[in-house]
Design a protein around this ligand. Structure first.
Ligand SMILES: [Zn+2]
Length: 490
């Protein structure tokens, strides 16, 4: 059986500086990194997962950054860890899950007509056979009801390169479902912010730091065995295994891969079971995540408060770095989407990530269902941009209340004003983004004033005098809000 060794087999899609694209093996990707513009996977989730996977390999092979090259030999004793197929050890796979699935299938066949079917069921946390499409969340397997187009399970197949991508994607993203399948290390919908250079080599160098290099269990070595404890480093985190998987039989003849379309030998089924559970806990609404993750987008950081007399009896509140934030689901109001971009820009500025632009990538989900995945580029920000963005944020947050107060009946909610504000917020945010990050906020103030006037004019009925009064009130209220926000600046 062809073992499709991922060090040499062509599976990582890359875009070269000259605009051509190709799939490369791991060794070749590192060798060519200076000529590669970026990872060219069409789904942003794969771009994150592959960059984190390549970083894990750098830490695993070379430890902390050295002056040496990226070169990783494809002829060494660890080569077999990267066999996608074949007998024996396989890349990110656990043969036990295949055995469990076989037992379950046999039991099912034996007891198909028996009334005691329930009693013979193997536990839910054991492996089961599934169509190979489960490797890629956006793939329209026959049970994904919201897709327009469907495929019939087990009739189609995925090529080996796409299967490898699916295995690596689970390291960065997995949603929790059926109370047995755990979410990924950083919850179901983390957004990752990755400093990006002009070539893959530069991107890897920017992210390959000494801080996360604790060498721990690598997910590609021992996929599916017991979950590591809390003390993990980058290698373990970037190769996290929330699923136990074993790839099924490889077809003999080339057929079109249902995902990439290339004529290749394909795989139709996998064995699939729950894998590592997060060792981290969160109380109440707090999310579980690895606090050491260098890419995780965290928002809502709180400084440690001085203990008051009342709270000093209990434990003093600790400093928090915030909670992971993810992309809003596609059905939410445009205002929420627009403000997510600015939160991302603010977090990027807070972190002052080495003056490089950031790629923010991740999925948007409704409960366990991934509905979309997106990537945005946040431009390089200067050091004091975080402060300026904080100022703009305060004003933006005050707008709905302010607009409500300047109506004839301020006690009533005015949904038309909120709707108008939402409708204008996308263009407002993009203009603020340009002004807010690059220059002092005088120009941004004008954008706020313009937006407020547009909302008031679009939603105030009655006589022209009435509208004029409303505009004047709104102008004054905006002025007050801005002064207040300025006074709150540290
Ligand atoms: Zn394919």
């Amino acid at each position: 059986m062809d073992d499709f060794n991922l060090l040499t087999a062509k599976w990582i899609p890359v875009l070269f500086n000259d605009g051509t694209t190709e799939r490369l093996g791991i060794t070749e990707t590192f060798l060519q990194a200076g000529r590669i513009r970026e990872i060219a996977a069409s789904n942003p989730m794969d771009r994150v997962a592959l960059i984190r996977f390549l970083l894990a390999l750098l830490y695993w092979c070379k430890g902390n950054p050295a002056d040496g090259s990226f070169a990783i030999s494809d002829e060494n004793e660890n080569k077999t860890y990267f066999n996608l197929l074949g007998d024996g050890r396989r890349f990110m796979q656990d043969e036990d899950v295949w055995k469990e699935a076989t037992i379950r299938a046999e039991e099912k066949a034996k007891h198909r007509d028996s009334p005691d079917d329930e009693k013979t069921k193997t536990p839910r946390d054991k492996g089961t056979f599934r169509p190979v499409g489960d490797l890629l969340q956006e793939f329209p397997v026959d049970s994904k009801v919201i897709h327009f187009r469907h495929v019939q399970n087990y009739k189609y197949g995925l090529c080996r390169a796409c299967c490898a991508m699916g295995l690596v994607r689970f390291c960065a993203f997995a949603s929790a479902y059926a109370q047995v399948f755990p979410a990924g290390l950083n919850g179901p919908t983390p957004a990752y912010a990755i400093p990006t250079g002009s070539t893959l080599q530069e991107t890897l160098r920017l992210n390959w730091s000494g801080s996360g290099a604790t060498i721990g269990l690598a997910g590609f070595c021992d996929g599916g065995k017991a979950a590591p404890a809390k003390d993990i480093g980058a290698v373990t985190a970037f190769t996290w295994q929330p699923r136990r998987i074993w790839l099924g039989e490889l077809g003999d003849k080339p057929e079109a891969c249902a995902y990439c379309g290339k004529p290749e030998r394909i795989i139709r089924r996998i064995a699939f079971g729950p894998g590592w559970k997060s060792p981290f806990t969160g109380s109440g609404k707090e999310k579980k995540f690895w606090p050491g993750d260098p890419h995780l987008l965290l928002a809502g950081a709180r400084k440690a408060k001085k203990p008051t007399r009342k709270s000093s009896q209990n434990k003093a509140p600790e400093k928090t770095n915030g909670q992971p934030i993810g992309f809003p689901p596609p059905n939410l109001r445009v205002g929420i989407h627009a403000s997510f971009w600015r939160t991302a820009a603010k977090v990027a500025a807070d972190n002052a990530k080495c003056g490089k632009s950031l790629q923010v990538m991740g999925p948007a989900a409704n409960k366990a269902l991934y509905q979309d995945s997106t990537a945005i580029t946040v431009p390089a920000v200067t050091h004091d941009a975080a402060q300026r963005l904080g100022y703009l944020d305060n004003i933006r947050a005050a707008l709905p209340g302010m607009l409500q107060k300047t109506t004839v009946n301020p006690q009533r909610r005015h949904p038309n004003r909120f709707a108008a504000l939402d409708a204008f917020s996308a263009s407002l945010e993009s203009k603020l983004n340009a002004h807010g990050i690059q220059s002092p906020s005088e120009a941004s103030a004008n954008e706020f004033a313009k937006a407020v006037r547009r909302v008031v004019l679009a939603t105030t009925g009655g006589s022209p005098l009435h509208r004029r009064q409303s505009l004047e009130d709104a102008d004054r209220a905006l002025q007050e809000t801005m002064e207040k926000a300025k006074a709150q600046q540290p």
